[in-house]
Design a protein around this ligand. Structure first.
Ligand SMILES: NC(=O)c1ccc[n+]([C@@H]2O[C@H](COP(=O)([O-])OP(=O)(O)OC[C@H]3O[C@@H](n4cnc5c(N)ncnc54)[C@H](O)[C@@H]3O)[C@@H](O)[C@H]2O)c1
Ligand SMILES: C[C@@H](O)[C@H]1CC[C@H]2[C@@H]3CC[C@H]4CC(=O)CC[C@]4(C)[C@H]3CC[C@]12C
Length: 257
């Protein structure tokens, strides 16, 4: 049971983040939905279904420190206290070759993917851990847990995924040093590397392509359901021994070139 979980979940108006909020709240916790202002109507529908006592929306671009700070403040100003759990799901994906028919990869696109996926994730880690450090420790001397979302593309990046794979590889790379940095204040840091999950990120692809992608997963032979990601988040929150590690959740899939 996550009845004491007060969480900030980025990118949670949609997909894996939304499933995380649903899991945390159905297990008795609270969640701040941290997503772009353009996602406010999706956030409102989550609040309608889960209740405004349990879920609040803070419009936020994760690359902006003031926006993340405002989301952390909202938890405290709502009487929930400082967050003890931060889950980063905000992310964007692009597809562009390093040298394509139209010329070299756009440097702006590369920087933007790293800004949202990597810098945004680190922004949450640094600001959320400061708030967690003010909490009383539990029996294990722990004050909070931070969960990042990488991707199996961090390991098996495909053609056209240089920017995306680099952004996710960096999240894998920062997991252990951040866990080590924050061990003194009792904050754990974990990363999940999902395989192919049926979220709006993939739902935009033709149905035939989605079906074919699902068939490539060894077992189970289908795309992942976002609720399965939410379940893993819950396990990580509940298990005090999980720290400084990356967990793949991919049905045994390894992406081809
Ligand atoms: N779906 C998959 O198969 C899959 C696989 C591996 C990794 N991932 C990763 O999981 C995470 C969630 O992906 P998803 O599939 O749920 O996608 P999604 O598009 O459904 O959700 C991503 C959310 O992030 C938000 N977002 C984007 N930029 C933001 C910013 N600057 N600030 C705040 N919020 C921002 C979007 O508005 C959106 O609500 C991403 O990091 C993605 O790279 C997804
Ligand atoms: C594991 C995931 O993080 C990536 C693996 C496959 C990627 C998708 C491949 C098709 C792309 C098409 C596109 O133009 C937008 C991005 C993609 C949907 C891309 C998104 C990231 C994953 C799912």
């Amino acid at each position: 049971m996550l009845s004491k979980t007060v969480s900030l979940v980025t990118g949670s108006a949609s997909g894996l983040g939304r499933a995380t909020v649903e899991r945390i709240v159905s297990s008795g916790g609270k969640a701040i939905i941290c997503d772009l202002p353009s996602q406010s109507s999706l956030a409102d529908s989550i609040i309608d279904s889960l209740g405004s006592d349990n879920v609040k929306f803070s419009p936020c671009d994760v690359t902006q420190s003031s926006d993340v700070t405002a989301a952390l403040d909202l938890s405290e100003n709502s009487g929930w206290g400082p967050v003890n759990c931060a889950v980063s799901c905000a992310g964007i994906a692009t597809a562009s070759k390093t040298l394509g028919r139209k010329g070299p990869h756009s440097l702006e696109m590369f920087s933007n993917v790293l800004a949202v996926n990597t810098v945004g994730t680190f922004n949450v880690i640094r600001l959320a851990s400061e708030r967690m450090s003010t909490l009383d420790p539990d029996d294990n001397g722990q004050r909070g847990v931070i969960i990042n979302t990488a991707s199996i593309a961090a390991y098996d990046g495909q053609v056209g995924q240089a920017a995306y794979a680099a952004s996710k590889g960096a999240i894998v790379g920062l997991t252990l040093p951040c866990a080590r940095d924050l061990s003194g204040v009792g904050v754990r840091v974990m990363t999940i590397a999902p395989g192919l999950f049926l979220t709006p990120l993939l739902a935009g692809l033709p149905e035939k392509v989605q079906e074919e992608m699902g068939k490539q997963i060894p077992c189970p032979r289908r795309l992942g359901d976002p609720s399965e990601f939410g379940k893993l988040v819950e396990s990580i929150i509940e298990n005090p021994m999980l720290n400084g590690e990356v967990i793949r959740i991919d049905g045994g899939y390894r992406m081809p070139p």
